[in-house]
Structures are given as structure tokens and as C-alpha cells.
Design a protein around this ligand. Structure first.
Ligand code: AMP
Ligand code: MG
Length: 428
């Protein structure tokens, strides 16, 4: 008689446990600001200066004293201030020709844009057509960044805009968490790499390795350094060797396939032999076989590396085993491995935002597990469902632009409010 099956772990519990295992990497590196996109800031950045450095013109036009202007007045142009130069104090009874970004001369209190003025006497004078108000078209010193303000916070993931902001206060480099080193390998004797066998010569039962392509791309987007261990055969020894090797120089070993319950699934027992399996099987669909554990990184006195339990254990590599089915692999990466890798880098925002949206579809097959349905936002502001939700149908992840996070046991009717998580958010 087989023992009663333990209930699967809830996804919320799995998140809690998984993130507790992810202790941020200690090393910080200074990278060129140009190259810091997507990296996680290791220290908050405080500005030593203000931006803009001084009051300046928001328009091409004329710097004036408002009290001296009435519509139709003609005044001499006493100086010309292009961007990059600094003018002199504005002489009473005159205006200054000024250009966008040029510092406002002392004494001026507004800028009249050139469209509201007309050059007279070949530009020596100008007729002003409008009545400016004090402060008009002036960009104030410090209106973007005040001196001493925290500009970017530790744990922020840098974006193109944050690189620009860092550059605006003169930072050539930024302190970021080092890149996690990830060893990626696929398991499955049926797998063939594109290019190794032409489609017309594929033997029966063979399929192309698709997981390796999206997993590598997703890892790179998350700032990881990826070592590709290729395809590991469905054999105990080969699996043990690959895990031992990978553990030596990596923070995380990421595998796909071979974590289910079949006799060809060697990953789980191999991880148990070389370390520990902390988490296995989660109440989510797709993605149930997800596994997390550790592979001990040890060297025996005779110099043989890897996976020896006992007092010599010093250190370990994290292990995350993704299911082989492409959509399961894709979603468990995004929902579980992504926050894990962000936490390793010290990121403060780990979980994706959920957004309430309206279902424009019916879903009558409530599942016992929390389900992630591939959907697409439509022009009417609602969500359409991809017709085939099978975990093998990768088209759903290309057609879809996100998932509905549907609680266990829940049916959906058109018009219901559902929780949407966009791929753009998950892949950013
Ligand atoms: P497994 O988790 O190893 O039992 O694999 C489950 C299903 O996913 C099987 O149909 C495999 O052929 C398929 N599969 C496993 N790995 C990959 C991969 N890297 N690319 C595409 N399909 C895969
Ligand atoms: Mg397999």
C-alpha cells in the first residue's frame, strides 16, 4: 500500500521558503554607468550637486524684467546668451537674447519665447507682443535634483532613465551587486540542438531543445553570467557529474526537465545525494514539479570535488530544477527563479505587480492548483484567453502578454475581475 500523498506546498509558502534561502551576494562592483542597465544598485546615491545647477531658460527667446514689459514695447537687446555660456547681469531697460538651457542673467525674472517677439533693427532691438508673468519659461536651479537628496536607492534595479539621472550628477561608475553566476543545463535524451540535426532528418521521438533558448535569454536579462552546460543525458552518473562540476564555480545551478516522478528523472535523487532538496512540488499549474535545493561544494582530501556530505561541507551552490514542459519551465522561471535571482542581487522589489482586469472569456475548468492562464490584453481593455492552455504549448507564451493568476478552485465568467501579471513586468 502506498503512503497517502502529502498535500502540495502552496505557492505562497514556496515563495517564503525559497526567498529565505536566497541570501544576497556580498560582493559589490563598480561598473561604468553606460553598462549598468538592469543591474541592482548596491548603495544609495546621494547628489553632491543640484540639477539644473542654476536657473536657466526653458525656451529660445528673450530674458526680461516683467515690470518693464507691456505688450508692444520695443527694447534694446543688450547681450546674447547661448547655452554653455554665462551672461552678465541684465542692464535695466533692456532684454537679453537667450537660448534653451542658457543660464538666466541676474536681474531677469522671466523669458518671453521668440514666437511672442519680433526682432527689430536687425536684432539690435525687439518688440515684445505678450505680457510675461514672473517665472515664465524659467527652469529653476535644483528643480530636478536637490543637493543632498537620495537620488537612487540601494536595491533599485537600474533603468535607462536612472543611468541618465546618475550621469546628470556626474557619476561615471555605479556600485552594483555582482552578477550571479548561473550554470544552465537541460536534461532529456530526446533533445536536439537546432542546427545539429536538420528538421527533415529528425529521428522519431526527437524534439528540439527550446527551453535552453528562453532560459538563457531570461537569465541574461536578469543580469546573470551564464555558463551553458548543454544537454545532460538521462543517466545517474552523467547527472551527478554535471551537478558536481557546475557547483564549483556557480551561485545557482538551473536545470530543466528530469524533476518529475519517472525513472528517467535523475535530477532529484542526484541533488539529494550531493546535497539537499529543500522544496519539491508546488500547488501551481503549470509548474508542479519545481524543485529547489543545494549542491554541496566540497573537495575530498584526495582532491575529488563536489557533493560530499559531512564535516567537510563548507559551501554550496543553489539548485533550481524546472519542469521540462516548456510553458512550465518558462513560468516557474518567471514566478520563482526570477525573484530568487533578484534577491541574490539585493533587489528590493522582488514580486511582480498584479493588476485587476476584466476577463473577456469563460474558464469553467477550476483546478485544485493555483493556475496561471496565458492571456492577451485586447483593444477593449479586457483579457482574451489563449485557446490551448497545455503546458507543452509554447505558442501560448508568445501569443500571450501575461498570465491571469487564478486561485485554486476558481472558475471565471466573462466580466469577472481577475488578477493579471504582465510578461513585460516579469521579463524586465
Ligand atoms: P520532463 O520534465 O523531463 O519529464 O519533460 C517533460 C516534457 O518536456 C517532455 O515532453 C520533454 O520532452 C519536454 N522537454 C523537456 N526538456 C525540454 C527542452 N529543453 N525543450 C523542449 N522540451 C523539453
Ligand atoms: Mg525528461
Amino acid at each position: 500500500m502506498s503512503a497517502p500523498r502529502a498535500p502540495l506546498k502552496s505557492l505562497d509558502d514556496a515563495w517564503g521558503e525559497l526567498l529565505a534561502h536566497a541570501q544576497p551576494l556580498a560582493e559589490v562592483e563598480d561598473v561604468n554607468t553606460f553598462d549598468a542597465d538592469g543591474r541592482v544598485l548596491a548603495q544609495s546615491i546621494t547628489s553632491a550637486l543640484q540639477v539644473p545647477p542654476q536657473d536657466n531658460s526653458a525656451m529660445d527667446g528673450y530674458a526680461v524684467r516683467c515690470a518693464e514689459i507691456r505688450p508692444g514695447v520695443v527694447l534694446p537687446v543688450s547681450q546674447r546668451i547661448p547655452a554653455g555660456s554665462s551672461g552678465s547681469p541684465l542692464q535695466p531697460g533692456s532684454v537679453a537674447r537667450i537660448f534653451t538651457g542658457a543660464p538666466l542673467p541676474a536681474g531677469a525674472d522671466a523669458v518671453v519665447m521668440q514666437e511672442d517677439a519680433e526682432a527689430v533693427a536687425e536684432g539690435a532691438q525687439v518688440r515684445i507682443h505678450s505680457q510675461p508673468q514672473p517665472g515664465q519659461w524659467i527652469r529653476r536651479a535644483g528643480e530636478d535634483v536637490t543637493r543632498g537628496a537620495i537620488l537612487l536607492s540601494k536595491g533599485e534595479r537600474l533603468t535607462p532613465a536612472s543611468l541618465g539621472l546618475a550621469a546628470s550628477i556626474g557619476l561615471k561608475t555605479l556600485p552594483v551587486a555582482r552578477r550571479p553566476k548561473v550554470a544552465l543545463f537541460s536534461t532529456g535524451d530526446e533533445l536536439v540542438m537546432p542546427g545539429d540535426i536538420a528538421p527533415e532528418h529528425m529521428p522519431p521521438g526527437a524534439i528540439y531543445n527550446s527551453n535552453r533558448f528562453f532560459l538563457r535569454a531570461l537569465l541574461l536579462r536578469l543580469g546573470c553570467e551564464v555558463s551553458d552546460f548543454g544537454i545532460v543525458p538521462d543517466q545517474r552518473e552523467a547527472t551527478l557529474n554535471a551537478l558536481r562540476q557546475a557547483a564549483l564555480q556557480h551561485d545557482l545551478i538551473l536545470t530543466s526537465g528530469g524533476v518529475s516522478v519517472g525513472e528517467e528523472d535523475h535530477i532529484k535523487p542526484a541533488v539529494q545525494q550531493l546535497g539537499e532538496l529543500d522544496l519539491w512540488q508546488i500547488a501551481m499549474k503549470p509548474g508542479k514539479p519545481f524543485a529547489y535545493g543545494k549542491v554541496y561544494r566540497t573537495v575530498r582530501p584526495d582532491g575529488v570535488a563536489g557533493g560530499f556530505k559531512g564535516p567537510v561541507v563548507t559551501d554550496f551552490a543553489h539548485f533550481a530544477g524546472l519542469p521540462g514542459n516548456p510553458v512550465s519551465s518558462f513560468l516557474t522561471f518567471l514566478l520563482l527563479v526570477r525573484p530568487f535571482l533578484l534577491k541574490l542581487q539585493g533587489a528590493s522589489q522582488l514580486m511582480p505587480l498584479r493588476q485587476a482586469m476584466t476577463a473577456h472569456f469563460d474558464w469553467s475548468r477550476a483546478d485544485k492548483r493555483r493556475e496561471f492562464l496565458r492571456v492577451h490584453r485586447n483593444a477593449a481593455g479586457g483579457l482574451d484567453l489563449f485557446a490551448n492552455q497545455s503546458s507543452g504549448v509554447l505558442t501560448s507564451a508568445v501569443w500571450g502578454d501575461g498570465v491571469v493568476d487564478n486561485p485554486a478552485g476558481q472558475t471565471i465568467a466573462q466580466g469577472d475581475t481577475v488578477q493579471f501579471i504582465s510578461f513585460a513586468e516579469l521579463m524586465g
